[in-house]
Design a binder for this molecule. Sequence first.
Ligand SMILES: [Zn+2]
Length: 501
Amino acid sequence: MPDKSSAMVHTQYLPFLSLSWEAGGYSWGSAILAFLYREMCKAAKMSSVDGRALNADIGGCMVLLQSWAWYRLPFLAPICPAPSEFPLATRWRQRKDRALDHKVTLAVRMLIDMCCESEFIWRPYLHEDVFGLIPERAYEDAENWCSIMPLIHFALVEMFYGNRVLRQFGFHQPVPAAPRNMDELEQIDTRGKTEKNWPLTHWIGMQFETIDQAKSAIKLYNIRKSVHSKVTRSTSEKYVCECTQRKEQGCNWKVRVSKKKRKQNIWELSVYNGPHTCCAVGHRQDHPNLDSTIISQTVQPIVQASPKVTVSTLMAHVKSVYQYEPEYKKTWRAKDKALKKLHGDWDASYNELPGWINIMQKYNPGTIAVLETKPYYKNDRVVADVRQFHRHVLLLAVIQDGNRKTIPVAFALVPREDTDSCKFFLQNLRKHFFRHNTVCLISDRGSGFLSAIESLGSRFCSPKVEHRYCLRHIAANYHGRYKKDYERKLILRMGMFHSSS
Ligand SMILES: [Zn+2]
């Protein structure tokens, strides 16, 4: 964190280096970023008179900024004989500067202005030269990369908007919400306030858009510190938490968040009595604050990348992040919550069905869709414009072509596999698909299907429709009862044998 001289460092850091085992626990990365962001803010200020930069110099960790730029804008980077290494910024230790004089701002500006989109490397960390270099430990706490959080450096507070740089980590980049207005915090003047406890000052007034965000922040704080708290008040206006060791160990830790009507109903931390003076409880048992909501937030990026990830893998991930091992059931619920957050509620997803069918019909002409829904009642009254589906079972019809390849031709979502549902499916199949042709239906001998064929009478009888049973199901049923795999295989061979009579 050098100042503008790029060689001097403020003495304010010295007290933090005195206890070496504690020094490693501070978030130095956050401090470096906060300082750099603020220096970049200052450097970007232009004079309103002549449009020139007000500050000619910039302080902060320039190696970081330079490395960031050179990996993304390779045409600005010096020519370098060495391949990439880790940490990535060390690559340019033995650099050979390009003919381009880096002191000439104009030349650099011109190169950036002339750069076309394909010259900008959007995903440098996924590049083949770089990807293999990044060690496993760099991925610890990877969920923080995508989060939104304040970075605090004494009086400085700068927001980290991880949600705005998802593309560089290989994720899909949606349009993010507008950033928070930080004007008030930028006005803070540190002169004459050497004794001020800045972390505490910043805690009071910390804002949350919803009460759920505030609750999550308090829970995460307690999990990270291995301490327990209890909710002592929870209303639509206030939320208060206290340490569980208030009586036993005299720990006065307490936080209160209140809803601020004047500030667009934002929730603000109005009381903070801290830090905890009680003894941490250790990591032996599960933490009560590590609930399915917190776990689902933690595992969401993993579930998004691979929805089929096992619950035990997620449990191991949570253990590596928080050092607590959550129960299987709780983690299962958390995965379910994460899936719902990513893909919407299963039931609500049926709302997308009409639109989806429209698109299918538009782009696959000849697609036939038949929707049978029930009216929706609320307090014994029919709600207009709302229709209701049942919970569903998928019925699927496939055919085999001349090359013995199976092709799905129709599917239906029905309440259950009973006579009525099978009748609905078969009648529509006849009406829209095989019409007057002679067909052979192969089924699994399901009772609903058999009684549906029976009730459909002559239209589903020989010689128009032949009905056969699926050999694979017969063999599977046989195996289910007699458990003899050799005989199951004999049945399959017997069934596939061509008879000439
Ligand atoms: Zn405590």
